[in-house]
Design a protein around this ligand. Structure first.
Ligand code: ZN
Length: 389
């Protein structure tokens, strides 16, 4: 560690989060009740306003920038603990958009049930956004001051694949000392030290229409061709190396008595190494028709590179584990199939640790919730990391 933390400091951080739980949950509730499905510009701006006002009350914060994204709303970038020297910052990365459509909050309002709080987008990741702001406050209040400047970058289009957030993430990450990603943890609170890369493709097949009863031999079935391609694509699955190729959406044909002239499908691809990704991408982009009279047109490609478990990633995990150990928590790690903005960071060769959010369950689902008595532990872990890196 650059800055050794004492056990007393880590416990003081945890106690800070316990004492401030009410305020942290009040901000989380306001964020959850301000719906911000990806692509909803008004919702995104309203959330940015809440965060800008909350950040404004933390004295370590030196600037709050709202960055307009034409199609998605506003990204927000908060800088804190900026000193005289231009040391490389630690970047805390998150997102303000959710997958829940507007109106979800009416059907599934904020609800506390024992140790759980339910609400659309609370676990992925509005509670974690509130946790990041409180981490700045915790370092300040306990006088556990970070040696590096801290940047909190919250994008507004992560759930849509980050078309406009990606360049911002890469710009901040490439100069960072480390990047801490606030995505939800895996079960048991495990952080994420590996994420598969993703590819998204569309396949379009063109055949020839004909009467299915009178002269079917004159037709070229686009549906048959697509079915054969679907089997070929499915055969690209390789569980041993972690490659998956799934045909997810299929459409084709026009009428029950017409040989179909058109068919189309969407393909989801996942891979564990950049090399495997490039290889499978090339196979998919170069599919040839089984029936030479049909046309097969493939578009798309790799969307996010994999987050590979490099030495830098392992080093950061080890450091987080030591801090968690001071809180009597054995921090596990996991490698997962889902991608996040952490994937873009990993590809730059920067130290990154993902899945640092609060424990819970039901991301993107109706039972989405967080575990309340986990807040102080995750808060102390995050604040301890930024203070010690
Ligand atoms: Zn997320």
């Amino acid at each position: 560690m650059r800055n050794e933390l004492t056990i007393e400091q880590v416990i003081a951080l945890r106690d800070h989060f316990t004492a401030r739980q009410h305020e942290l949950l009040a901000l989380t509730c306001a964020l959850v009740e301000t719906e911000s499905p990806s692509g909803d510009k008004d919702g995104s701006s309203d959330v940015a306003s809440l965060l800008a006002s909350a950040a404004g009350s933390i004295s370590a914060v030196t600037s709050v920038e709202r960055i307009t994204s034409e199609d998605f709303g506003e990204h927000i970038r908060i800088r804190a603990f900026v000193g005289e020297d231009d040391a490389a910052p630690i970047v805390i990365l998150g997102h303000t958009d959710t997958v829940h459509p507007r109106g979800a909050i009416k059907e599934r309002p904020w609800r506390a049930d024992g140790n759980r709080i339910y609400g659309p987008g609370i676990f992925d990741m509005k509670a974690n956004v509130a946790l990041a702001l409180e981490a700045l406050h915790a370092c300040e209040a306990t006088n556990t001051l970070p040696k590096s400047p801290i940047t909190i970058l919250l994008t507004c289009d992560e759930e849509s694949g980050s078309p406009s957030g990606r360049s911002l993430v890469e710009e901040e990450a490439k100069n960072a000392r480390a990047v801490l990603v606030l995505e939800p943890p895996a079960s048991g609170g495990r952080v994420k030290t590996g994420r598969k890369g993703t590819g998204i493709f569309a396949i379009e097949v063109r055949g020839r229409a004909a009467h299915a009863g009178l002269e079917p031999e004159k037709g070229i079935s686009a549906v048959l061709e697509l079915a054969r391609q679907t089997i070929r694509l499915t055969n690209l699955n390789d569980p041993a190396t972690g490659t998956t190729v799934t045909v997810t959406v299929v459409q084709g044909g026009t009428h029950s008595n017409v040989v179909p002239a058109e068919a189309r499908a969407e393909i989801d691809m996942r891979f564990s190494s950049a090399e495997a990704g490039r290889r499978i991408e090339s196979v998919i982009l170069n599919l040839k028709p089984f029936d030479e009279r049909a046309q097969v047109i493939v578009s798309g490609g790799i969307n996010r590179p994999p987050l590979e478990r490099t030495a830098k990633v392992r080093g950061l995990y080890q450091q987080a584990r030591e801090i968690a150990g001071m809180l009597d928590f054995d921090l596990g790690e996991a490698s997962v199939g889902g991608a996040s903005d952490g994937n873009f960071v990993g590809a730059l060769g920067v130290a990154v640790l993902d899945g640092l959010g609060i424990e819970g369950d039901g991301a993107h689902a109706a039972h989405e919730h967080i575990i309340v008595d986990n807040i102080s532990l995750r808060g102390a872990l995050l604040a301890g990391l930024i203070a010690s890196l």
